[in-house]
Ligand binder design. Structure first.
Ligand code: G3P
Ligand code: MG
Length: 250
């Protein structure tokens, strides 16, 4: 039900590096992580890049938005200074660049499709189409990535474009139609907020035969607790505190 790594570095390197950058991927790797989650959004010209926020201002300076900026400009933007001046050379990476880095280093990917509002279907389709193309020339021995998204439309569109790439539905909290959505998506897992998960819902998800993954667990004791409820895995910002072998001792 969960053929993936159990402990995953959130946004690449968790809280130890500027999120969603190649420096973050390297940081995760340096801590021994061979499993990452990151967020993917489309530029104005439809190029998938790693980015969490649709608007500039937090991880890249200035004003403006990802969906109204060309890829050639996005890829020049400083995505590291906000975190620490020593990361001033770190740029917004393309999804393709990060995908290839992960494949080279045998890092499993949870690709969170993060569409800007109004671009849900297009983002799902473009990310799925590119992923399929990259997998065709990639290492077939590696465990393929898992798509996840809070957007049902993005995942339905990804399913249409590349049905063979596994999908997980992201929910911030319990929704009555969660099982219908998983079935519609032909999803393999449900991803949800550890803060709002209950033991009863965890049991239902597992009994329905789905993988169950949580974000974002930064306290080891909490990790042990939710795993005792049947949670298969989680992502963490504290890759220095929660190690890849955590689940074996949980
Ligand atoms: O994919 C899990 C988690 O990353 C979802 O929330 O806002 O950190 O992308 P967010
Ligand atoms: Mg995310």
């Amino acid at each position: 039900m969960w053929p993936y790594p159990k402990i995953v570095a959130h946004r690449g390197g968790g809280s130890l590096a500027p999120e969603n950058t190649s420096a973050a991927m390297q940081c995760g790797l340096d801590y021994g992580f061979r499993a990452v989650e990151f967020d993917v959004m489309l530029s104005k010209d439809g190029v998938p890049v790693l980015m969490h926020d649709p608007e500039f201002g937090r991880t890249v300076l200035g004003t403006g938005s990802v969906a109204t900026t060309l890829a050639q400009d996005l890829l020049q933007m400083d995505a590291g200074s906000w975190f620490d001046p020593r990361f001033a050379q770190v740029r917004v990476p393309s999804y393709e660049e990060v995908f290839l880095f992960c494949q080279t280093h045998q890092i499993w990917m949870n690709v969170e499709i993060k569409p800007a509002a109004g671009f849900e279907k297009e983002t799902g389709r473009v990310v799925a189409t590119l992923t399929r193309k990259l997998l065709e020339t990639g290492n077939p021995a590696l465990v393929p990535p898992l798509f996840s998204s809070f957007s049902l439309d993005a995942l339905l569109s990804a399913k249409q474009a590349a049905p063979e790439i596994a999908r997980a539905y992201l929910l911030d909290e319990f929704e009555p139609d969660w099982l219908d959505s998983l079935r519609r998506l032909e999803a393999v897992a449900l991803h949800t907020n550890q803060k709002k998960l209950t033991p009863a819902w965890a049991k239902e998800i597992k009994e329905a035969g789905y993988g169950l993954f949580c974000y974002t667990v930064n306290v080891p004791e909490r990790g042990r607790e939710i795993m005792s409820w049947g949670v298969d895995g989680f992502c963490t910002d504290r890759i220095d505190l929660i190690h890849t072998d955590f689940a074996q001792h949980a």
